[in-house]
Design a protein around this ligand. Structure first.
Ligand code: THG
Ligand code: FGR
Length: 188
């Protein structure tokens, strides 16, 4: 049984998709920790419902990113975490975490990378008027949204409602993340 950690900053629908899949065996892993940089974010409520321990912190309470990342690594090691899944985690990871978990961090990004990197991918793609949207799961390294791609799924959207588009993105990313993490933990 592999041990994973999920990092999130907001609503946590991807976190919940992974937690549900671990709970019912579709992913042969246990989520030992949910890491969140936003106290009060709804993802904390979701973790509580699943009885998953959290390390939720306020970056402003630490002298630097390295300080809070050292604390994160301490807790990950204490839980013997083997794989980190970023799921809407909106902080750029420094070498403190990247080196401790080299090639064992994956991220889901709501665009067909390398197009539309960054924190506002859906809005940027929508503004561009793209007709084909998609999601990407990639390894995380020092280059922002530039790690080796593991999986992608595309879909056509011709509408003009940003909320409808975001719902379509989530409907595609949840099963893809579950399917991809299930394969990753089965391989390791
Ligand atoms: N190493 C590294 N870290 C990462 C990713 C990566 O592929 N490599 N993928 C990230 C997901 N994508 C982004 C892209 C941009 C930003 C971003 O610009 N964040 C602001 C802060 C945003 C906020 O305050 O909420 C910052 O400067 O940290 C955050 C996540 C998560 N962290
Ligand atoms: O990789 C770049 N940026 C990260 C990013 O934008 N991730 C996206 O944040 C959303 C979180 O939704 P939630 O799971 O909280 O409901 C989700 O759509 C992720 O693809």
């Amino acid at each position: 049984m592999k041990t994973i950690a999920v990092f999130a900053s907001g609503n946590g629908s991807n976190f919940e998709a992974l937690a549900a899949a671990c709970a019912d065996g579709r992913i042969a892993a246990r989520i030992a920790l949910m890491v969140c940089d936003k106290p009060g974010a709804f993802v904390n409520e979701r973790a509580a419902r699943y009885g998953i321990p959290t390390f939720t912190f306020n970056p402003k309470e630490y002298p630097s990113k390295a300080d809070y990342e050292r604390e994160i690594v301490r807790r990950l090691r204490a839980e013997r975490v083997e794989l980190i899944c970023l799921a809407g985690y909106m902080r750029i990871l420094s070498d403190v975490v990247l080196e401790a978990y080299r090639d064992r961090i994956v991220n889901i990004h709501p665009s067909l990378l390398p197009a539309f990197k960054g924190a506002h991918a859906i809005a940027d793609a929508f503004a561009y008027g793209v007709k084909v949207f998609g999601v990407t799961i990639h390894y995380v390294n020092g280059e922002l949204d530039g790690g080796r791609i593991i999986a992608q799924r595309a879909f056509e959207y011709l509408g003009s409602d940003p909320e409808e588009l975001e719902a379509r993105v989530h409907a595609v990313e949840h099963p893809l993340y579950v399917e991809t993490v299930a394969k990753l933990v089965a391989e390791q």
